[in-house]
Design a protein around this ligand. Structure first.
Ligand code: FAD
Ligand code: NAP
Length: 315
């Protein structure tokens, strides 16, 4: 029979927002349950060096997230490896259903489900996903030693991935739809100094092509957005790094969202449109989307949940 777990506070998500909420909520004696989801540790587990986490001039993303997990656990957060597949926010206590079959019944909920990589939506991108097309250089870069690779995008992720991939690839072409990158200056500087990276401006991916048996990429066709000219780039790997969209599947029909699906919170607060439901991190942040801002919002959510529970359930 399916298990039912009752808790004062359920935290959904195990990125910087979720774990920080766990630390604060545990110290407030709320005995929180945190459900990790499909990506324990969140987005930072898909990168290597993190250079802007205060206190660490350089730390590996996966290590940082293991430390956050250990910290939340040490403070008293119960961390559960499950994925929430359904969330009923229509009445309190709220009910979440896990992929394991477990029901989580909670007086308050912190949503910290973060964001996921966006895809271009091309049929040929879909066809070769996992067979030469990837959205995670740290996961898949190793497969392309000595090969030519293409990265699509012009933000921090695209530039970091291009730089990282030069550890393996013979050449990395960075295809961007404009001639200006939105990445941080320090990363652009590193990119410009790296002889293995060749930017291709004003171009969009049109098609990925390759072999069917075995399935594998042989190259891409890109289109110049100004002239319409098609260029063929032979390559074995294509890394799509065109941004992230909020992981709002659980709440997109029940909570107010804006700016492409980010959960709306009250000004200077993590309160959502439903009392007792708080949102923190990349799920709600269309502007900064950083580990440190997500952690900050996790802290705010836990403090606000504590106050909410004290006011509504004073015993
Ligand atoms: P996320 O880290 O996105 O975590 C979301 C969590 O929610 C995951 O654990 C997931 O499993 C869980 N989840 C989702 N759905 C469910 C569900 N249904 N049930 C249960 N759990 C669920 N920021 C920096 O400050 N510095 C950097 O150097 C940096 N590098 C980056 C490199 C890359 C490649 C990427 C992609 C991002 C980088 N960022 C960096 C951004 C940073 O990772 C994010 O801002 C931050 O991780 C957001 O934290 P979060 O807690 O909101 O969510
Ligand atoms: P992003 O900043 O939104 O950049 C997305 C890039 O992809 C942009 O250059 C955009 O082009 C391009 N793009 C979007 N849609 C496209 C399409 N359909 N076709 C072609 N190109 C497209 O996303 P991100 O780089 O993933 O970064 C997400 C967040 O994580 C940011 O807040 C970032 O600062 C953070 N992050 C931080 C670090 C770090 O601190 N070191 C590292 C990684 C990520 P345009 O520029 O033309 O819009």
């Amino acid at each position: 029979m399916a298990e039912t777990r009752k808790t004062k506070l359920l935290i959904i998500g195990s990125g910087p927002a979720g774990y920080t909420a766990g630390v604060y909520a545990s110290r407030a004696m709320l005995d929180p349950i945190l459900v990790q989801g499909i990506e324990p540790g969140g987005q930072l587990t898909t990168t290597t060096e993190v250079e802007n986490w205060p206190g660490d001039s350089e730390v590996q993303g996966p290590d940082l997230m293991l430390r956050m997990e250990a910290h939340a656990k040490a403070m008293g957060t119960e961390i559960i490896g499950d994925i929430i597949t359904d969330l009923d926010l229509s009445k309190r206590p709220f009910t979440a259903t896990g992929d394991s079959g477990t029901k989580y019944v909670a007086d308050a909920v912190i949503l910290a489900t973060g964001a996921r990589a966006k895809w271009l939506g091309l049929d040929t991108e879909e066809k070769f996903k996992g067979f030469g097309v990837s959205a995670c250089a740290t996961c898949d870069g190793f497969f392309y030693r000595g090969q030519e690779i293409v990265v699509i995008g012009g933000g921090n992720t695209a530039v970091e991935e291009a730089l990282f991939l030069t550890n393996f690839a013979s050449k990395v072409t960075l295809v961007h739809r404009r001639d200006e990158l939105r990445a941080e200056k320090i990363l652009i500087d590193r990119l410009e100094k790296n002889p293995k990276i060749a930017p291709l401006w004003f171009n969009q991916l049109e098609e990925v092509y390759g072999t069917d048996s075995p399935l594998g990429v042989e190259g891409i066709k890109v289109k110049n957005v100004k002239t319409g000219e098609i260029t063929d780039i032979p390559c074995k790997g294509v890394f799509v790094a065109i941004g992230h969209a909020p992981a709002n599947e659980l709440v997109k029909d029940t909570l107010e969202t804006h700016m492409g699906g980010y959960v709306v919170t009250k000004p200077d607060s993590t309160e959502t449109s439903i009392p007792g439901v708080f949102a923190a991190g990349d799920l709600t942040d269309h502007k900064y989307r950083q580990a440190v801002t997500s952690a900050g919002m996790g802290c705010m959510a836990a403090l606000e949940a504590e106050r909410f529970l004290a006011e509504t359930d004073p015993t």
